[in-house]
Design a protein around this ligand. Structure first.
Ligand code: IDP
Ligand code: MG
Length: 136
């Protein structure tokens, strides 16, 4: 039975800076994702703080928000069967060092903070995160 879902993907500043957005978009398409919406934006530190509010208490929160707002990013609304978990699988582990062969973070990530992509971690958070960037 099909279970079409939507999820948010972000191509982070380290990947945009290295001009990897087309390559990463092709990875999604080749893995059966449809990119329903996409935009390249440069968010403020305050917007990054709102987006990552869930991590407010973490020691890396300030650096994380400074980083996400340090340069242009590409935000995408992805669609696929079980899109949330399928995107998490394609991304790989948070730390590129721990990510499996073939995953985006293994292929493109530089470090735990410069790990090239963000993906929603649950259907509920996907809704919230998609609304954050694509309210219509
Ligand atoms: P995720 O991106 O795999 O969902 P989260 O735990 O939600 O991982 O963390 C959000 C982002 O915060 C990560 O993608 C990574 O860039 C950064 N991050 C996570 N843990 C650390 C850490 O221990 N040090 C520095 N940055 C971290
Ligand atoms: Mg997360």
């Amino acid at each position: 039975m099909s279970n079409i879902q939507h999820t948010l993907s972000i191509i982070k500043p380290d990947a945009v800076e290295r001009n990897l957005q087309d390559q990463i978009k092709n990875e999604f398409k080749n893995h059966g994702f449809q990119i329903l919406e996409e935009k390249k934006i440069h968010i403020s530190k305050e917007e990054a703080e709102r987006f990552y509010k869930i991590h407010e208490s973490k020691p890396f929160y300030n650096d994380l928000c400074a980083y996400l707002s340090s340069g242009p990013i590409v935000v995408m609304k992805l669609q696929k069967d079980n899109a949330v978990i399928e995107n998490r699988k394609l991304m790989g582990a948070t730390n590129p060092k721990d990510a499996e062969e073939g995953t985006l973070r293994k292929k493109y990530g530089i470090s735990i903070d410069k790990n090239s992509v963000h993906g929603s971690d649950s259907v509920e958070n996907a809704k919230i995160e998609l609304e954050f960037f694509f309210k219509n």
